[in-house]
Design a protein around this ligand. Structure first.
Ligand SMILES: *[C@@H]1O[C@H](CO)[C@@H](O)[C@H](O)[C@H]1NC(C)=O
Ligand SMILES: *[C@@H]1O[C@H](CO)[C@@H](O)[C@H](O)[C@H]1NC(C)=O
Ligand SMILES: *[C@@H]1O[C@H](CO)[C@@H](O)[C@H](O)[C@H]1NC(C)=O
Length: 462
């Protein structure tokens, strides 16, 4: 989990219902929340990038804390987890909408494979003197009025679910009466937080056959308090981590054990959309002749993250000299794929050779320093010849190769400036394939067969 920031705009997401071949699947539309034209008071691109990187650093720090086991220790300790600076200006997130409750209300959520709790801005009871009319906004924000939903069923604080199973989601131990709902205090890496109660609730989702369906008993958080700049313009977060109570697990379970997404370019306009799909996306994966797959390491040391076994990285056809421990989870290394981190982190022994190899090829361009952008190598990209960028390939242990698009690792940081889009991380530590690296690929997470499928894709925008 972690947090993300949203710019000062509302990003409208629609459920898109679309007929697709044979299998039913659930299809949610994904839009990048940082579409440039949404920024009326727009910060310059490198300003955004700076914020994004700030976010990434904090997130990475948080992840390492998690890995050391602090997060799972117990509810109380977890609540006190150290969380870095109080701001999260991450901009690399994607958002979707979800209909919650009976009757249902629509909410805009950040989609995050790195978190497990799905929560929405919510009021559990209507207080004395409150205006409790349906759909009433509070502080101009959409609020789920839980007491008006007939399918809302709080988890009791004395239940084993609360005291044991939900402790990894930071359930609290306070339990004054048997009817008190199970509360949480969820802290994010950037100092943001969400507090509320856990409940089972129904969600309504569109199917690929054009119908809608209701899924009941989805664990959601009803947050009556949340803080943090990142949450200004969304109604909550959808947790897609690999754990028992995550939205991904629950919904994928009903849909053949899979979910997939395709992330449009992070600089795309708001009207360019892609999809988050629960169910089979085989049609798409098979259509592309370039489909690959590799083993997903679930239940690994890196908890509910989606880990993959990298064997090495080649640049311009040459395998780089990187110690194998870097990729080995049992030796303090390992690699995860994360939709909630924007840039790609490589631990030092991998970072150096990768940077050197890419730098060499573009050294004829004038180097520039972008204020506040910690990426080590940025250059003036006026008249840039992209054919100079050497092909970078992630080689997986089982033979599959992931070949990101060149502009996913030599990224546009500001007008006329590109940077090599990697950040260093300490070793031992986890390397992270961020969402910019993943863009314009379709990713399918098969939780039953422990398989990650991927294929280059325009994400439906041809
Ligand atoms: C919530 O749903 C689960 C099934 O997913 C069920 O086992 C549990 O009893 C439900 N709890 C409540 C409070 O409705
Ligand atoms: C999306 O919006 C941009 C900027 O407003 C516009 O240039 C582009 O044509 C739009 N694309 C589509 C498919 O509507
Ligand atoms: C890049 O170079 C061009 C031409 O040499 C110059 O006009 C421009 O200001 C430079 N841009 C940056 C960001 O340094």
């Amino acid at each position: 989990m972690k947090q993300r920031l949203i710019s000062l705009f509302l990003i409208l997401l629609l459920f898109i219902v679309q007929a697709r071949a044979r299998h039913d699947s659930i299809k949610l539309e994904l839009l990048h929340r940082h579409a440039p034209q949404l920024n009326h008071g727009k910060p310059p691109p490198h300003g955004r990038l700076k914020d994004l990187i700030h976010h990434d650093f904090i997130r990475h720090q948080w992840r390492e804390e998690t890995r050391r086991g602090r997060r799972r220790s117990n509810a109380n300790v977890a609540v006190e987890m150290p969380l870095g600076a109080g701001r999260d200006f991450g901009i690399g997130q994607y958002v979707t909408t979800l209909k919650v409750g009976t009757p249902s209300q629509k909410f805009r959520l950040i989609v995050d494979t790195g978190s497990d709790l799905t929560w929405i801005n919510c009021r559990y009871r209507c207080g004395l003197g409150d205006d409790c009319s349906e759909h009433r906004r509070i502080n101009k924000k959409r609020v789920f009025h839980a007491y008006q939903s007939s399918s809302f069923s709080p988890v009791a604080c004395f239940s084993q679910t609360c005291t044991v199973e939900l402790s990894y989601l930071f359930s609290l131990t306070a339990c004054p009466t048997p009817v008190t709902p199970c509360a949480y205090d969820y802290r994010y890496a950037d100092g943001s937080s969400a507090m509320g109660i856990f409940a089972n609730e129904s969600v309504t989702v569109g199917l690929s056959n054009g119908r809608m369906t209701k899924i009941s008993n989805v664990l959601i958080g009803c947050s009556d308090t949340f803080q943090g700049p990142t949450l200004q313009n969304v109604d909550g977060i959808m947790g897609l981590g690999n754990s028992k109570y995550s939205f991904a697990t629950k919904v994928a379970e009903k849909m053949g054990g899979k979910f997939s997404y395709c992330l449009v370019n992070h600089l795309s306009h708001i009207n360019v959309s892609s999809y988050l799909i629960f169910g089979s996306s085989n049609d798409q994966i098979e259509v592309s002749g370039n489909a690959r797959s590799t083993k997903l390491e679930l239940n690994s040391e890196v908890s509910s993250f989606y880990a993959v076994n990298v064997l090495g990285i080649s640049i311009g056809g040459e395998m780089l000299d990187i110690p194998s421990q870097v990729w080995d989870m049992t030796q303090g290394g390992g690699t995860i794929l994360d939709s909630g981190t924007s840039l790609t982190f490589l631990t030092d022994p991998a970072y150096r050779p990768v940077m050197e190899a890419i730098e060499k090829s573009i050294s004829k361009y004038q180097r520039v320093n972008l204020d506040g952008v910690p990426m080590e190598y940025c250059f003036n990209s006026t008249d840039f010849d992209e054919t100079l960028v050497p092909k970078l390939i992630f080689h997986f242990a089982d033979g599959a190769r992931f070949e990101p698009h060149w502009d996913s690792y030599v990224i546009e940081a500001a007008d006329g400036v590109r940077c090599i889009g990697f950040l260093p991380a300490r070793f031992p530590g986890t390397s992270v394939i961020g969402n910019i690296m993943q863009q314009n690929y379709l990713w399918e997470f098969d939780l039953e067969r422990n398989k990650l499928g991927f294929a280059p894709s325009a994400c439906g925008n041809s």
